[in-house]
Design a protein around this ligand. Sequence first.
Ligand SMILES: CC(C)(COP(=O)(O)OP(=O)(O)OC[C@H]1O[C@@H](n2cnc3c(N)ncnc32)[C@H](O)[C@@H]1OP(=O)(O)O)[C@@H](O)C(=O)NCCC(=O)NCCS
Length: 179
Amino acid sequence: MSIAEAKTAATSDDLVFRAPEPEDGKAVWELIRSCGPLDDNSLYCNLLQCDHFADTCILAEKDGEVLGWISAYLPPAEEGVLFIWQVAVSEKARGMGLAGRMLDKLVARKVCRGVRRMKTTITPDNDASWALFRSFARRMEAPIEGEPHFEREAHFGGEHETEVMAEIGPFGALARKAA
Ligand SMILES: CC(C)(COP(=O)(O)OP(=O)(O)OC[C@H]1O[C@@H](n2cnc3c(N)ncnc32)[C@H](O)[C@@H]1OP(=O)(O)O)[C@@H](O)C(=O)NCCC(=O)NCCS
């Protein structure tokens, strides 16, 4: 799917899934601020994601309200990898499959046609996030593995829990086709 197609909005039930535009940056920033334990970003960071990284980011909205958000990018030095930066779903919309649907729609985009693996970092205690990515791995018929990546002392100076790099892939051929 091209950005233009994504923007035309794949509608299912009354949710709209689409690539962001710079004008969405403020709403995305506010959603992330409301979704602990996510780190706050600067508003400028979210504006750049909605602008330069729009083709690998997705939002879900209902009646114009942003309820879900995923920021992601294709790391230049890692062919075939989609790196997921943040996933945020408004408390009132959780547990309804929204985050899973956003992941599925992202990997189905034309820009992700070469993607065979997904990476993300997750803190060990974030059960919801682990469940989300394990569930995605099952749908993609792919293994999931985790190794400490950004460590509490070495990288965060003791200020943040260790982030484990979760790697999902390679995606199963049939699952990839269906995406
Ligand atoms: C993590 C988060 C994005 C999940 O969003 P969601 O839309 O509620 O997730 P989904 O409904 O798509 O659920 C995906 C899977 O995770 C499971 N899951 C969701 N929340 C869970 C929880 N709190 N505990 C255990 N499992 C959970 C679901 O049962 C589902 O599993 P299944 O496909 O096997 O049935 C949401 O809880 C959130 O925004 N949390 C705060 C921010 C955060 O921690 N983000 C992730 C770090 S980047």
